[in-house]
Write a protein that binds this ligand. Sequence first.
Ligand SMILES: [Zn+2]
Ligand SMILES: [Zn+2]
Length: 166
Amino acid sequence: MSPDTEQLIEQRVWELGFRMTPQRRLILEAIEDAGEHATFDEILARVRRREAAISQATLYRTLETFSRYRLIHGNELAGGKVYEMVAHNPHHHLMCHRCWRDQKIEEDALASFYQEMASEHGFLVLAEHIVFMGLCRECRETHGDQLGQFQSHPKFRTTALKEEQQ
Ligand SMILES: [Zn+2]
Ligand SMILES: [Zn+2]
């Protein structure tokens, strides 16, 4: 784990009274190693390389717990849910629905929207990690602004197909 992430996690664990166990630590490391936008199956495969006996239910519960303690972000993507370790620098993602290119944007990019929500609705937005789905510049230039048929993210396609065939 990077020293920055390590420090951030330690701070949140300490502040919130979270109980870190060797298994939880191992799962956190697997999420970190999986990189951005890891699916449940990807995390499970990584954890099982080091702790073969872990059940899907245990992993699922642990991911829920991590989300509650804001150690990881769970985001709905086209077709399923992906997880990402909390980052030292808060950011959001712009993800193209056609080519799946992923652009990271700074949290500041939404500052004027946040200010508007505060002044018009008195609402303080606390959003650490948002994935915006849309169309990237290249795809818009090539294909126009038509989304066309909804496609699930390539990471979820094999499972989606299996379910449809059942
Ligand atoms: Zn991210
Ligand atoms: Zn694109």
